[in-house]
Design a protein around this ligand. Sequence first.
Ligand code: UDP
Length: 235
Amino acid sequence: MNKRVLVKFSGEALAGEEGYGIDTQILDYIADEIKNLVDNGIEVGIVIGGGNIIRGVTAAADGVIKRTSADYMGMLATVINGVAMQEALEYKGLNARLQTAIKMEQIAEPFIVRKAIRHFEKNRVVIFSAGTGNPYFTTDTAATLRATEINASMLIKATKVDGIYDKDPMKYDDAVKLDTISYDRALEDHIKVMDDTAIALAKDNKLPIVVANMSEKGNLLKIINGDTSKCSIVK
Ligand code: UDP
């Protein structure tokens, strides 16, 4: 199997107890999980969200800030998270490169897919920041797009849950985890784990989306090696 994967972390995943900002201990934990993959010969691309700093829809809610500007602010937030992630990976002794969909040469390389692939060949982790570079999209869609562009074998969405359930497991005791679910069902059920644009793009490109629990140490590697007990796969 193609040993290249793309892992998506939400911005919120980086935030500590307060729910905002960047908790370096969480970054350190994530970097360890990524190192575990790299040490096992896996090529890793990363997309991080920006929700721990700013979300376009929320920032534009009362109309003072226009949606397009708020979305650019959100994209900048993902670059801030990307710089932090690059540091955390290097702190663990990995080689990492931050790329951005919006040019800012002093901070990150511009996104160039051929360059990203060259980095993978040299054992470097590549972080794709600034989303798709366009307002009105999400970093889930950016992750799907980048995963497709780099020909990743799967997109792993790292979450705090073990996977997708038939109903909300927080509310219902009899909620059942679904091991696999089709793209069409994910779209029909409006499964909240990914927005419809991301699912539709994954469907068009036959990219499996794995919703996984990142709090479970070693889970990312287990999933890549075929143990799907702590995840659900949309395919
Ligand atoms: N964003 C955008 N275009 C993109 C990706 C992100 O405009 O291609 C903006 C959007 O405002 C979004 C914010 O960046 O709210 C942060 O990303 P997201 O909400 O996806 O982060 P997450 O929920 O994963 O933390």
